[in-house]
Design a protein around this ligand. Structure first.
Ligand code: SAM
Length: 235
């Protein structure tokens, strides 16, 4: 338990025993279900605390997650969406993924941890980004380890309201990725990206957050049909 305490102190996040119990329940369920489905390669407890929990929450060093609607695009086994919900319960969260079995796992997590105002949505981001129930409905978006930025921009920005922002979790070497995505962000209604470097607790790893403001509405033709953004990114 003391590693979690150290990590949360590092992140300057308030917590109590009920919250740390939720983290432990999430970890246990993840490891248990991981035996029968492919959820994560990280199963050691301390690795989970640093590489999943701390990494997911690291964005709170650059953004105040007090309230608002948030979408996690390509959430997988719930990262970063589930840790953000546990520690910032007033967020209204949608966890989106195209792989339904991971979402069934997340439904179980939501029930077991008794999390409120969070639900899973199954589908391709390209399809849901055109659906009026999701298009331009979110204040904040997050996404970790899903696609390069020139593709990811089209999968994500259509969900964000004008005035909202998207936080992309990226790793160290992003200069080329960043320069080849500037046109896409501009076309899709985003600002010039800003980059923030945040060290991951006691690892020497630097997480790079790319933050894009939604400055105007995404043109109707985007996102294009499922698969097109990755085959033919906006350049
Ligand atoms: N964000 C999680 C994490 O960091 O652990 C999961 C990352 S996993 C490598 C990528 C996830 O994105 C997968 O669960 C995959 O199903 C989902 N994904 C990829 N392309 C997608 C799309 N076009 N629409 C919705 N989900 C997508």
């Amino acid at each position: 338990m003391s590693l979690i305490t150290d990590v949360l102190t590092y992140l300057n996040i308030d917590f109590d025993e009920e919250i740390t119990e939720k983290v432990f329940d999430f970890y246990q369920l993840l490891v248990e279900r991981n035996k029968v489905m492919n959820l994560t390669s990280i199963t050691d407890h301390d690795d989970f605390v640093i590489k999943h929990l701390c990494d997911s929450l690291l964005s709170c060093r650059i953004y105040g997650f007090n309230k608002g609607s948030l979408i996690d695009v390509g959430t997988g086994a719930g990262f970063p969406g589930i840790p953000l919900k546990i520690f910032f319960p007033s967020l209204e969260i949608v966890l989106l993924d195209s792989l339904n079995k991971r979402l069934l796992f997340l439904d179980e997590v939501i029930e077991k941890l008794d999390l409120k105002n969070i639900h899973t949505v199954h589908g391709r981001a390209e399809d849901l980004g055109k659906d009026p129930s999701f298009r331009e409905k979110f204040d904040i978006g997050v996404s970790r380890a899903v696609a390069p930025l020139n593709v990811l921009s089209e999968l994500t920005l259509p969900f964000i309201k004008k005035g909202g922002e998207f936080i992309y979790y990226k790793s160290s070497d992003i200069d080329d990725e960043l320069s080849s995505s500037k046109k896409a962000f501009d076309v899709l209604g985003g600002s010039v990206p800003s980059v923030f470097n945040v060290p991951l607790f006691e690892t020497g790893i630097i997480r790079k957050f790319v933050v894009v403001d939604k400055t105007s509405s995404t043109p109707k033709m985007y996102p294009r049909k499922a698969g097109t953004p990755s085959k033919n990114p906006i350049i």
